[in-house]
Design a protein around this ligand. Structure first.
Ligand code: MRU
Length: 336
């Protein structure tokens, strides 16, 4: 099944793979209310920018359906949509997905759902296009050889509607026989790299090793990496790209080592209303994600944290941004 989908039987519900339990348990969560969806988004049961875009659109379809079934007032519908839109601030895709389908509300829930499912379909097609474009670009840049690729966070099928963004490029390269190994940053503190990316790579039969985030610069300086591929949550007009915390450090190290650093994301992740990354709102998360590990305290009682979920990689560290439409060669001064 897709990471997130809509069950039309009965009262209607959103179904999604609960990413909090992976890799050890694959459980499907049935979401019946928009409050449940907001909780699933905030606790990262569903996560990754493009998947959040689909969650936003399907969420509006669910709200539309419930409002018809329970005769909600316009005010109540508006509040539910606003709460969903604001569930996580950094990935522009969530608000984008909500905004794409909200104008269809007067046409009824069936029209909203149809449009939301089309967004999911289009995201899948975009994944494949990015995969092909990114793979072709990288092979030209690095030469037609088996590549050693470092990646950060999870940008695969769990974060999207099909193959993934950065991981989609890796899958495409893998299919063509051009992957020697993937170095997957574990991605502290919620371990999207070791729990999710490693799981997707092992299912795809692609060679990988997991490294602590702190080892990424060392791997680059030791000559173990031919290219870095990451995704994005929001890209400003000048190319500054917000992605999972830790991406910035990897980009700086890659630039120092002369290793290409590619951001792979759908056009819907580009927020042209923002001039630069300074304007991107960064989500801060709970102390307990840092002071506890697997539910156990690993810090002195009462310790506080600095826990931004994302950082902004400045455009000057980015070689190129790959979308379904084209490759923007940022390092050659190309504009978005
Ligand atoms: O906090 P998360 O897990 O939602 O963060 C996800 C990321 O930072 C991904 O790299 C990004 O959304 C791109 S997913 C194709």
């Amino acid at each position: 099944m897709r990471t997130i989908d809509f069950l039309q039987e009965g009262d209607g519900a959103i179904i999604l793979i609960d990413q909090r339990l992976l890799p050890h348990e694959k459980k499907v969560l049935t979401i019946r209310t928009h409050q449940e969806l907001i909780e699933a988004i905030q606790t990262l049961a569903v996560r990754g920018a493009p998947a959040l875009g689909v969650a936003g659109a399907l969420g509006v379809a669910l709200i539309a359906l419930r409002s018809e079934q329970k005769r909600w007032s316009k005010v109540k519908v508006g509040e539910a949509i606003a709460d969903l839109r604001a569930a996580r601030p950094t990935a522009v895709n969530l608000a984008w997905g909500v905004d794409q389908v909200t104008p269809l509300l007067p046409q009824g829930s069936a029209a909203v759902l149809k449009s939301a499912l089309a967004i999911s379909q289009a995201d899948g097609l975009a994944n494949r296009a990015m995969g092909k474009r990114g793979a072709a670009y990288l092979l030209e840049k690095c030469g037609r050889k088996k590549l050693r690729i470092l990646t950060h966070c999870n940008t695969g099928s769990l974060a999207t509607s099909d193959w993934g963004t950065a991981l989609g490029v890796i899958r495409e390269l893998g299919e063509q026989g051009y992957v020697q190994e993937v170095l997957a940053d574990e991605t502290r503190p919620l371990l999207q790299g070791s729990r999710l990316t490693a799981w997707e790579l092992s299912e795809a039969g692609i060679e990988y090793r997991i490294l602590p985030d702190g080892a990424a610069a060392s791997a680059l300086f030791s000559g173990l990496v031919d290219a870095v591929l990451i995704g994005a949550d929001r890209i400003a007009r000048n190319g500054d790209s917000a992605n999972k915390i830790g991406s910035l450090g990897v980009a700086i190290a890659a630039k120092e080592c002369g290793v290409p650093f590619l951001v792979v994301a759908p056009e819907s992740t580009i927020d042209r209303s923002l001039a630069s990354g300074e304007e991107i709102e960064i989500e801060f998360r709970a102390d307990s994600e840092v002071t506890h590990f697997a539910g156990k305290s690993v810090a002195p009682l009462g310790a506080r944290s600095y826990n931004p979920a994302f950082d902004v990689t400045l455009a000057r560290y980015i070689t190129a941004i790959v979308t379904e439409k084209c490759v923007y060669e940022i390092s050659k001064g190309e504009r978005l």
